[in-house]
Design a protein around this ligand. Structure first.
Ligand SMILES: [Zn+2]
Length: 189
């Protein structure tokens, strides 16, 4: 039981998790393609599904660990600005890692995906707010906070849901491999 909540486990199988996400994304390309050709979904919904699934590479369940995990390390592969992006992404999720014990149901069960999606949206809002405040202090006239919210709201609901659905599929490959998808006990301890 204690094993479930260990704080600093090895990050050995990040590559395996990433491969499974890529396979799932290929599945989303194929199945979404069938649905698109049958005119069941739009091109945007299809794209959102695939992108959502690939986003599981960047915001997977193992972000509940401090330090560089696969999801933050992936940024470091980008030349020149990768280190900065990786550090920024790690910092962004460090509050989440502090709050969520590793492999707890909050990150490693079926409720993990909506929780991380909400954290991402709320966190990006805070970042946008801070950036805008600093820009204003510097005498610049950045895009308004209201406009950012408007742009988010203007994205059709089915596209947002498809993105979330894709992310959920990507995350599920991780949870199935970890064997934790339905472990919902002790969520609120
Ligand atoms: Zn995991």
């Amino acid at each position: 039981m204690a094993r479930k909540f260990q704080r600093s486990p090895p990050v050995s199988d990040g590559a395996m998790h990433a491969q499974l996400v890529v396979f799932a994304a290929i599945g989303c390309v194929a199945l979404g393609g069938v649905a698109f050709t049958q005119e069941l979904i739009s091109m945007q919904v299809w794209a959102a599904l695939v992108i959502g699934c690939l986003c599981a590479l960047l915001m997977g369940p193992d972000l509940d660990q401090q330090g560089v995990v696969w999801s933050t390390g992936i940024w470091y592969r980008i030349p020149v600005i990768g280190v900065f992006l990786g550090r920024a992404w790690g910092l962004f999720w460090s509050f989440y890692a502090q709050w969520v014990p590793h492999r707890s149901p909050v990150s490693h069960s079926i409720i993990g995906t909506p929780i991380r999606a909400a954290y991402l949206v709320a966190g990006l809002y805070v970042v946008a707010f801070v950036v805008r405040s600093i820009a204003r202090e510097l005498g610049l006239d950045p895009i308004g906070q209201e406009r950012v919210v408007e742009m988010f709201l203007e994205i059709p609901r089915e596209v947002k849901l498809a993105w979330l659905g894709g992310l959920f599929i990507g995350d599920m490959t991780h949870l199935l491999r970890d064997g934790t998808a339905l472990r919902l006990r002790n969520v609120f301890r």
